[in-house]
Design a protein around this ligand. Structure first.
Ligand code: 6R9
Length: 648
């Protein structure tokens, strides 16, 4: 680990830092000594119909109850649109670049207001009221963002569903959430693959049958081909919505009224819907994005996350718009239709802040430096990262090659459950360490429990927990508060357990070591799969790798490694080299049972490696792989199975 590399904040003299290090320290101290006063002050970042006078109430103990700004009233769409209408009416709020259609669309705050109001009227006409759930299953088109905001204008709870879910997966979520309306598209292109949104939803609704509460479906026409519409249930989005009035009086929401739910995976297979509350979420989106991404005049923030993820909610929609920024969406891929596509889009749209996942950085790295050097990336001023650990190597590549050492890299650690950034730098204010998500934003009290369950101050390692509630904390799991309590509050009394392991160094910087549930035990030696991956990640000959534990008759568990070799490296790497590297960097006990060189790894569309599948493939349990439809490229599975079979 290269904790020794420190890039001082003064390395970016031109970066418009929002405060001095001393001011940041004052904020931290204030948040610590008087949290309620601190958060009530931060709450002023959003527009309230009725300003709150209460901060936090509740407890992490017993049944767990969490409430913030309880006497406040607001509407999220007003925080994101109406409050900017006087000063920024003609400023672009949303750029939607449509690779599939070869065109883009820019909506000003005024346009966005009109579109959101029309849809709010249309949904109301269909019977949607405050508290109703509305499912949104759309590709990256402007209607996705308009739909989310229109729900919040009515007070309906949006449930954004990933378009890559199978019909089975969608049916389960539609039934569980009790959605009454679905907003979808006819289809989408992902690279050169067609994704049939409407067909899959039709099938999902057939499967759900009586158990579904869906009465209407609005279909955005995303291709020229006609899709079958069910009379009385299905409406063409624009034919229907565009006739409604472009004004809608926003519904005043209590701060604790639910704003949206988002399905995420836990340690069990059953998906869980994380519930976020209106007031706390909006303050959190405005605060975290205001601290880390800080939109200024003429800034364009392009967060490449799919809208069906928490990053898509907070970093694409609510964070940038609450701060009056310009947000960009795109249905492009970094390597398709040609390597370097994203760099051309950055130049074409003068993107100033690029926020992506480490997996995309690694994909760019694999294309080689020459692809970047050919492009003009001078519009960029900040680079962001979230979603998974990034190796110091990849971090430095992003920083040096894409950012030309001019742009700070903000590695931000957060979760669906935290709603926004928890660990991350205030750019230009804090020194950066490649591979570290820096430290908590003011107001977050992190605790690391070591293997004895003790919380030590200073340098330590163990289970990453949060000691005190923060406004963006999720309130419950939909219809299963007990599961919520069990999953997050049962490990240590009075602490929220993140599920992640972390190390804190002498300077107070945090290094995420990966999910605690991915720890394997080889003959009594505990080994983090992330430890192995970090070790290999430092070798230039390996683009990316995943380590998993498989059952072993003698040692209990054994390590298996899947690695993507870097074809652009000067020297190659083979299986034996990889074993040797691990033994040398970690120890003999970590010597892998098998190493497979592979062209790619199974990933979700948000880029996370699906280790569950790798474990099964590595242990030869290939007939129980389950549903593969949420993978970004399911065809990789047969390649991996073949590779494993041929090496046995
Ligand atoms: C925002 C998001 C949450 C899990 C989280 C952790 C991993 C997220 C990270 C990171 C290392 C970072 N994670 N950010 N690991 N460094 N900067 O991704 O939410 O989809 O809920 O995933 O992702 O393991 O617990 P979500």
């Amino acid at each position: 680990m290269t904790d020794q590399t420190v890039i001082p904040a003064r390395a970016y003299p031109d970066y418009p830092a929002i405060m001095t290090p001393e001011q940041l320290q004052v904020m931290r101290e204030k948040a610590r000594s008087d949290p309620d006063a601190f958060w009530l002050e931060q709450a002023q970042r959003v527009h309230w119909f009725k300003k709150p006078t209460q901060g936090f109430s509740g407890s992490f103990e017993k049944n767990v109850s969490i409430s913030w700004f309880a006497d406040g009233e607001l509407n999220a769409s007003v925080c994101c649109i109406d409050r900017h209408l006087t000063e920024k009416r003609d400023q672009v709020a949303l750029i939607s670049q449509r690779e599939a259609e070869g065109r883009s669309e820019s909506l000003t705050y005024h346009d966005l207001h009109e579109r959101v109001c029309r849809l709010a009227n249309a949904l109301t006409y269909l019977g949607v009221k405050k508290g109703c759930r509305v499912a949104i299953c759309l590709p990256m088109v402007s209607e996705a963002i308009v739909s989310m905001l229109a729900c919040t204008r009515i007070g309906a709870v949006h449930v954004v569903l990933f378009g890559g879910f199978s019909a089975e997966g969608l049916a389960e979520r539609l039934v569980d959430s009790g959605a009454v309306v679905v907003i979808t598209g006819s289809m989408a292109w992902r690279g050169n693959k067609a994704v049939p949104y409407k067909d899959t939803l039709d099938e999902a609704l057939r499967k759900a049958g009586e158990k579904s509460s869906v009465q209407f479906m609005l279909v955005v026409r995303t291709s020229d081909e006609a899709v079958p519409m069910l009379p009385g249930r299905d409406y063409d989005y624009h034919d229907f919505v565009d006739h409604f009035e472009a004004d809608f009086v926003p519904v005043a929401m209590h701060a604790e009224d639910p704003m949206f739910m988002l399905y995420t995976s836990g340690s069990t297979g059953k998906p869980k819907a994380i519930v976020h509350a209106t007031g706390g979420y909006m303050v959190w989106a405005a605060y975290t994005m205001g601290m880390v991404y800080t939109p200024r005049a003429n800034d364009v923030l392009w967060c490449t996350a799919d809208v069906a993820w928490i990053t898509g909610h907070t970093s694409v929609v609510y964070g940038p718009l609450a701060n009056g920024g310009t947000t960009m969406i795109s249905d492009s891929l970094p390597t398709s239709p040609y390597p370097g596509r994203w760099f051309d889009l950055i130049d074409a749209y003068k993107v100033t802040m690029l926020f992506t996942a480490p997996t995309a950085v690694r994909a760019m790295m694999a294309q080689g430096e020459a692809v970047v050097q050919k492009r003009d990336l001078s519009s960029l001023r900040l680079l962001g990262i979230a979603g998974e650990p990034i190796s110091p190597d990849a971090w430095l590549w992003y920083h040096d090659v894409v950012g030309k050492k001019r742009c700070p890299v903000a590695d931000t650690w957060w979760q669906t459950e935290t709603a926004g950034v928890v660990l991350g730098p205030v750019p230009g204010v804090q020194s950066l360490k490649p591979g570290s998500a820096t430290m908590p934003l003011p107001g977050l009290e992190m605790v690391i429990l070591n293997s004895d369950g003790k919380a030590e101050a200073g340098a330590t390692a163990g289970a990453l927990c949060i000691a005190r509630s923060w406004p963006g904390q999720c309130r419950t799991i939909w219809k299963d508060h007990e599961r919520f309590r069990q999953a997050y509050f049962s490990m240590a009394p009075g602490l929220y357990f993140t599920g992640d392991g972390a190390r804190r160094d002498e300077d107070g910087y945090y290094w995420i070591t990966g999910r605690m549930d991915d720890v394997i035990n080889i003959a009594g030696h505990r080994l983090g799969t992330a430890e192995v991956e970090d070790a290999l990640g430092e070798d230039h000959r390996i683009v990316e790798c995943a380590a998993v534990g498989v059952p072993h008759s003698v040692k209990g568990q054994a390590l298996v490694v899947f690695a993507i070799p870097n074809r652009t490296a000067v020297t190659g790497v083979d299986e034996k080299d990889i074993s040797r590297l691990i033994v040398n960097l970690i120890g003999r006990y970590a010597a892998p049972e098998a190493v497979y060189l592979v062209p790619d790894l199974p990933r979700t569309r948000s880029g996370k490696i699906v280790r569950r599948l790798l474990r099964k493939i590595a242990s030869g349990e290939t007939d129980t792989l389950g549903d593969l439809s949420a993978l970004s490229d399911p065809s990789i599975i047969s390649t991996l199975c073949e590779r494993v079979r041929s090496q046995i």
